[in-house]
Write a protein that binds this ligand. Structure first.
Ligand code: SF4
Length: 317
């Protein structure tokens, strides 16, 4: 039985053949929602990335590297290492980002438990297996995939209050209305509630959860979303509907490209590694023209599966 009050996972008969260790995530689901072909190429075919995502390339790579380093610094500060030592001699803009964190770090977090860079997951979709020779319609169900989330920081206390923090290093603060619709905002609290029963600070009810985005570009203006049971049920429906749609596809043609409009080219294709394969232009988008950093698509560079088998074995249940 799931931790929230949502109904159990729906039974699906997958046509799509994904690797056994595949774990769905906010980024793979978002890839599907933005452009089904992108999901097919990145996760079903696991195609290497034939084009750079953004120009200038060196600046883009530099920002990606700095973003990772910032996460590492904050992670160390959150577990109690001396911020002065951590912040000494940082290159720009890392020094400014870290200073912003030190001056505007959240001070109202629950403080009994801190989970840093924690991965949680839950069964996602079940397949029906008929029971032996009974001739009845009864069947047992087996989970077929997992839905996983990797959290920058989870802060919890004995009363069950939980705050999820996601550190963002993009150039601009994302519009809260856009952020509200993103799969990250759906998946993170949903998985946390569902996977919380076996954690030391669980189980957690939806009303006890808050999702907070913190921006280096606007450190005094975090975006905060409260969670509740109605959202949890709506999220359950949305996520399982997405899963059913994805698993119903079998071939490339079942995963259409996003409509070829000027807006979609600018928003999705120009920052997508597959644009030459899709004949959607040869030049990478310029980072200065990226309206919303959340639209940027980057598959985990190490693996298209995003979570390795080792990660999966340490998941909550
Ligand atoms: S280039 Fe455009 S159409 Fe092709 S996968 Fe990327 S977003 Fe989709």
């Amino acid at each position: 039985m799931m931790q929230g009050m949502s109904p159990v996972s729906r039974t699906v008969t997958p046509a799509l053949n994904l690797p056994e260790t595949f774990a769905f995530s906010q980024s793979s689901l978002q890839a599907y929602e933005d452009c089904p072909r992108r999901f097919w190429l990145a996760y079903a075919e696991q195609l290497p990335w034939p084009a750079v995502e953004a120009e200038p390339v060196s600046e883009h790579e530099q920002l990606m590297r700095l973003g990772s380093t910032f996460h590492l610094l904050v992670q160390r500060a959150q577990i109690g290492l001396d911020p002065e030592l951590l912040g000494a001699g940082l290159e720009p803009p890392l020094g400014d980002w870290f200073n912003a964190y030190l001056h505007h770090r959240p001070t109202d977090l629950p403080s009994d438990f801190f989970e840093v860079e924690r991965i949680l997951s839950m069964p996602f979709g079940v397949a029906a297996t008929p029971l032996n020779g009974s001739g009845h319609a009864m069947a047992q169900t087996t989970p077929i995939y997992r839905l996983a989330a990797k959290y920058d920081l989870i802060a919890a206390d004995q009363t069950g209050r939980v705050v999820i923090i996601d550190w963002k290093t993009a150039r601009k603060r994302t519009d809260p209305a856009n952020l509200r619709q993103r799969l990250q905002t759906i998946v993170y609290p949903y998985v946390l509630v569902e996977a919380s029963a076996k954690l030391p600070w669980g189980p957690v009810q939806p009303e006890q959860v808050e999702m907070r985005y913190w921006f280096t570009a606007a450190p005094g203006q975090p975006v905060v979303f409260r969670y509740d049971r109605a959202q949890h049920e709506a999220n359950h429906e949305r996520l399982h509907h997405l899963l059913e749609e994805i698993l119903a596809g079998q071939r490339e043609v079942d995963f259409p490209t996003v409509y070829d409009t000027e807006i979609n080219r600018k928003r999705f294709c120009s920052f997508c590694v597959y644009r030459s394969r899709c004949n959607r232009g040869v030049t990478a988008g310029n980072l200065d023209e990226l309206a919303d950093a959340e639209d940027f698509f980057a598959v985990d560079a190490d693996t298209a599966l995003e979570f390795t088998l080792d990660d999966v074995t340490e998941l909550a249940f």
